[in-house]
Design a protein around this ligand. Structure first.
Ligand code: TXA
Ligand code: MG
Length: 356
């Protein structure tokens, strides 16, 4: 067991105050010395280490129980840090996306420079880079003076953490410090797009939406794994795709249905341990225990609540969960992608006006 220091930040606007800065300087020193620090970002909490220090990065994999071939995202706090990380010129399309969406919840993949240790890139020839917008994350990278490799700060197999409490649940005693910067605003992990292929390829949907990417680069393609389970022959462009994503202890089933059909179906399957993971509007008609993940028309709220709700379902001891399928538009695609993976791609489609 390690001693894990808990560092609580007050409001981000106070970051310029000496007392707050001293806290972050202590965290930055841990990082420079090869330590592991869980840090808030605008998407989810990350478990950070010096991206250039192979021994420190190896510790991330150990602390999370993460498979060695699953590469990490390298976080920067200025565009000036980018040339050292990538091989060759920044592709014009990537420069345009950076201009529009960085800092923010967007990760871009490039051929990697020789400075990136193999352990950071999971043995791949490419590196994923993100410039987060969270003020605490930015300041920590600046103070550490090195790019930070950081996967989500959960134990492998758990939902990504969106609060410091989630990080404490998973990582207390396994890391050097946890920086509490309050709940994450976005709630799902960053959008991942690869520039290592001929055409820019969306590997993971997030808060920078497909529609927004195509406003800048109409040619963006979407990897099949965003919607469907990969078959044996299909190539996982991202090692993360082939690993089972978080699955709750309960059997989670995605129900693609209009409200009436969803409610009727779930009510007719009421049994001990059966829960609905529903929208706000479903609540008045439900006759089974439920957890709501937001209003049906507000995918940004759904994204923010999703991982907390998935953790709560485990805590409730749910045995079977019927999740009301979100829309796939905008940020909804990210919400859909996380839920369908949690459901192991089990989907039931129901029509309006039928009896279930
Ligand atoms: O929002 C986020 O992206 C958070 C915060 C902490 O920044 N990080 C995060 O990291 O979600 P992680 O490791 O949980 O997810 C990174 C995903 C994995 O699926 C991994 O396989 C993929 O990105 N990835 C990383 N580097 C890659 C590369 N070089 N090529 C293909 N996929 C890569
Ligand atoms: Mg993760």
């Amino acid at each position: 067991m390690k001693h894990t220091e808990l560092i609580t930040m007050e409001a981000p606007e106070l970051l310029s105050q000496p007392q707050e800065r001293r806290k972050l300087q202590a965290a930055a020193k841990l990082l420079r010395d090869g330590g592991l620090v869980a840090i808030p970002t605008e998407t989810v909490y990350g478990l950070a280490a010096d991206a250039f220090n192979p021994a420190a990065v190896a510790e991330i994999f150990r602390a999370k129980g993460r498979p060695q071939d699953n590469p990490l995202i390298v976080h920067i706090s200025s565009l000036a840090m980018l040339p050292k990380l990538i091989r060759g010129e920044l592709p014009a399309g990537a420069a345009q996306l950076a201009q529009r969406y960085w800092p923010g919840p967007l990760t871009m993949i490039f051929p990697k420079s020789s400075l990136i240790p193999d352990v950071t890139s999971g043995g791949l020839d490419t590196v994923a880079v993100r410039f987060p917008s969270h003020p605490v994350a930015q300041e920590l990278i600046r103070l550490a003076g090195v790019p930070l490799a950081a996967p989500s700060a959960n134990l492998s197999g758990k939902p990504s953490p969106t609060t410091a409490a989630h990080c404490i649940q998973d990582l207390m005693g396994r890391v050097d410090a946890i920086v509490d910067g309050g709940p994450c605003g976005v709630g799902v992990e960053s959008t991942v797009i690869s520039f290592a292929e001929e055409v820019p390829l969306l590997l993971r949907p997030g808060a920078v939406t497909l529609e927004q990417l195509r406003e800048v680069l109409p040619q963006v393609q979407v990897h099949d794994a965003v919607y469907h389970q990969l078959t044996g022959e299909e190539k996982a462009a991202s090692p993360g795709m082939k690993y089972k994503h978080y699955a709750p202890a309960a059997d989670l089933i995605l129900v693609d249905a209009p409200r009436d059909a969803f409610v009727q179906y779930v009510n007719s399957h009421a049994a001990p341990g059966v829960y609905a993971m529903c929208f706000e509007e479903d609540i008045p008609c439900l006759r089974v225990p439920y957890l709501s993940y937001g209003p049906s028309g507000e995918p940004a709220v759904q994204a923010e609540l999703l991982f907390e709700v998935l953790r709560q379902l485990d805590e409730c001891g749910a045995v079977r969960v019927y999740a009301h399928c979100p829309s796939k538009d905008g940020v909804g695609l990210a919400v859909y992608n996380r839920i369908v993976r949690s459901a192991g791609y089990q989907i039931i489609t129901l029509e309006a006006g039928k009896e279930y």
